[in-house]
Design a protein around this ligand. Structure first.
Ligand code: RRO
Length: 313
């Protein structure tokens, strides 16, 4: 299950998805977080934020909507409290960062680089750009690329940078292309889709923030399509796939589409052990198809058969 990413080696390809497990501490009562490939944190900003008012979550058929609003403890508390705890447990830590300006992203990359123990940085590009009428960076290839260039220029050379993209665009390959040109080491696909639900009794939007991010199994086909398209365009750029992974079979689908790693998110809400279960199930799925290594099936659905892979069935 070993997953290699340039100089970085993870014991397996299963991660927590950003935003679904805070900084991992709550999961430790269900399984050892050090057994995962890595914990991906909720997005951290320069300053603490309490997020949006409630209600912040709504169930939907096969998914959920959230409008948490970037609640986070701020980078100082994260470095003093959360990161040391994760490292003390032996976990690998991919820190998701969010900013409202390019400068904020770059500053966060610098802060994380001054600290030992950050495995990688995931750049959440779905934040409102304070310098461009609140439009999320992820919706504009040029702005997304500018954030990545600033983060890559500020992060320590040995810390890989992943750009997390939004599916709410006409051409996700164009955004991926700008991030690759700006020096990203990998891509994380996908964030939630913008959605909305109305409280019929109140005749008003149910979420206090009106709109929310749709996640869960409902978005899996969208996520698989995004992974497929980006893998086809950039076969050598590692991809973290996420969006509605519930089982080892779902994880295998993402690997076949071209993801090298899989992040489990919404499923944690009703099975807090989901990450360790998906890892176990993925191992069983790979054994069942006779794949010796997870890496051997990555991108297989595109028709490239790696040398030496013997199919049993
Ligand atoms: O905090 C949120 O409301 C949030 C974030 Br930062 C994100 O990237 N994706 C999402 O669905 N919610």
């Amino acid at each position: 299950m070993t997953t290699k990413l340039g100089s970085l080696t993870l014991p397996n390809p299963v991660l927590t998805a950003s935003g679904c497990a805070a900084s991992g501490k709550e999961l430790q009562q269900f399984f050892d977080v050090a057994t995962l490939g890595a914990v991906v944190t909720k997005s951290i900003m320069m300053r603490p934020r309490s997020g949006r008012p409630t209600p912040r979550m709504a169930e939907t058929p096969s998914g959920m909507l959230n409008s948490v609003g970037l609640q986070n403890p701020g980078v100082d508390a994260f470095l003093q409290r959360d990161l040391p705890w994760l490292l003390s447990r032996g976990a690998r830590v991919i820190v998701s960062i969010a900013g409202q300006t390019i400068r904020e992203y770059a500053g966060l990359a610098t802060r994380l680089s001054d600290t030992a123990g950050v495995t990688a940085i995931e750049v959440n590009l779905s934040c409102p750009n304070a310098e461009a009428a609140g439009q999320p960076f992820a919706l504009d290839p040029q702005r997304a690329g500018s954030v990545i260039a600033a983060v890559r220029g500020s992060a320590r050379y040995d810390i890989p940078v992943f750009a997390k993209l939004s599916p709410d665009v006409t051409d996700i390959v164009a955004v991926a292309s700008a991030c690759v040109a700006a020096g990203t080491d990998g891509l994380s696909l996908i964030n939630t889709l913008l959605g909305m639900t109305i409280d019929l009794a109140a005749m008003r939007p149910l979420l206090a923030g009106q709109y929310g991010g749709l996640s869960g199994p409902a978005i899996r086909p969208v996520a698989v399509r995004c992974v497929w398209q980006v893998r086809a365009a950039f076969p050598d750029v590692p991809i973290i796939g996420s969006g509605g992974v519930r089982t080892g079979r779902d994880a295998l689908e993402f690997l076949l589409a071209g993801a090298s790693m899989i992040a489990v998110g919404t499923e944690i809400m009703h099975d807090p052990s989901a990450c360790s279960r998906v890892l176990r199930e993925l191992e069983e799925e790979l054994a069942a198809i006779g794949a010796d290594r997870a890496a051997d099936v990555v991108g297989q659905a595109h028709g490239r058969v790696p040398r030496g892979l013997a199919w049993r069935a």
